[in-house]
Design a protein around this ligand. Structure first.
Ligand code: RBF
Ligand code: MG
Length: 333
């Protein structure tokens, strides 16, 4: 997948795609329906499959003081989009100035003059441009006028009444229900980041942890999770992600008067020094809330129980980070 941070001065081979457009935070099953529809039209028409998205997320530009909410920071979002077969990803830098463009200007400057799109696919509820005046209807009118195709994907809930909504996923993760969130996402939710130096206390109590900061990520329920931890390891000329079972605490370590929220992962039967490496942590099941213990011994005993429970829990899940993906359905929130 080629990634472009602009749409000006593109070579011919980087234009003329069938482009799915949206914020796509989470790349959940509703988003997937939109991106897959663009892929289908691209194959039928012999065009390339593209995605156009905005970074940072427009919400963080319009409401800079709101709590962190991202389900997929750019790196994760781009990985998921690539897995859906996109050949080109346009990333439009979103700021207040950009947001002042009218919807018509956005279509003309970015979609037509810039990317030279052949066809655009969006969720039927997608809105864009100054004062959110750009709607599916406007896209259709401009498509008729300028000769590009427009496909709008209606938001539909799953058979089981699941709303394919990023907001719903955030609520479920915030209330310690990662399994239900995974049914909307189509995979278990992951936090990824660079492993930070820890205080080495975990090693002393027999449970060394790899620690990562939450940064822009949504804050899920604090507490202990059964997880899968993915590390990139060399495989021939490339690298591949190797997944291992583990148990993690997402919290503040009240036993030690901790204050900052971090994700600490104990990877089972693995004791390499991981400082500085990139780690993906897939939250499979929530085990318990974080507690304050009277000293190290009871905490250590509790962590041993957590680890045993996590092993049991993970044995009932298939290998790797993901889960069987249900049929994609529309919805683009
Ligand atoms: N710290 C707490 O203060 N309370 C807890 O309930 C708690 N649970 C944990 C569960 C697991 C599985 C792990 C790996 C750590 C937990 N910790 C908890 C954090 C622990 O205090 C920390 O890993 C060490 O202090 C090393 O920083
Ligand atoms: Mg540690």
């Amino acid at each position: 997948m080629r990634i472009f941070r602009h749409t000006t001065g593109l070579a011919d081979e980087d234009r003329g795609a069938v482009v799915a457009i949206g914020n796509f935070d989470g790349v959940h099953r509703g988003h997937r329906a939109v991106i897959d529809a663009a892929g289908g039209i691209a194959r039928e028409t012999g065009a390339q499959q593209g995605v156009l998205t905005f970074e940072p997320h427009p919400r963080s530009v319009f409401q800079p003081d709101i709590a962190p909410f991202r389900l997929t920071p750019f790196r994760s979002k781009a990985r998921q989009i690539e897995m859906l077969g996109a050949e080109i990803l346009y990333v439009i830098h979103f700021d207040v100035e950009f947001s002042s463009h009218s919807a018509e200007d956005f279509v003309r400057l970015v979609l037509l003059d810039g990317a030279g799109i052949k066809h655009v696919v969006a969720g039927a509820d997608f809105v864009f441009g100054n004062r959110r005046r750009g709607t599916g209807e406007l896209l259709r009118a401009m498509g008729d006028k300028h000769g590009f195709g427009v496909t709008l994907i209606e938001p539909i809930a799953g058979q089981d009444g699941l709303a394919f909504s990023s907001t719903r996923i955030r609520e479920l993760l915030g209330s310690g229900r990662p399994g239900e969130a995974a049914r909307i996402l189509g995979r278990h939710w992951e936090i990824e980041g660079r492993i930070e130096p820890g205080d080495k206390r975990g090693r002393k109590i027999g449970f060394p942890t790899a620690n990562i900061a939450l940064e822009d990520y949504l804050r899920p329920a604090t507490g202990v999770y059964a997880v899968r931890a993915g590390l990139d390891e060399p495989a021939g000329d490339a690298s591949e992600t190797i997944w291992r079972d583990g148990v993690a605490n997402l919290g503040r370590r009240p036993t030690f008067g901790g204050d900052d929220l971090i994700l600490e992962v104990n990877i089972f039967d693995f004791d390499d020094d991981l400082y500085g490496r990139h780690l993906r942590v897939s939250l499979i099941e929530y085990l318990r809330p974080e507690k304050r213990f009277d000293g190290i011994a009871p905490l250590k005993a509790q962590i041993a129980e957590d680890a045993a429970l996590a092993r049991e829990t993970l044995a009932t899940h298939g290998p790797g980070p993901s889960m069987t993906q249900g049929p994609a359905r529309a919805g683009s929130d």
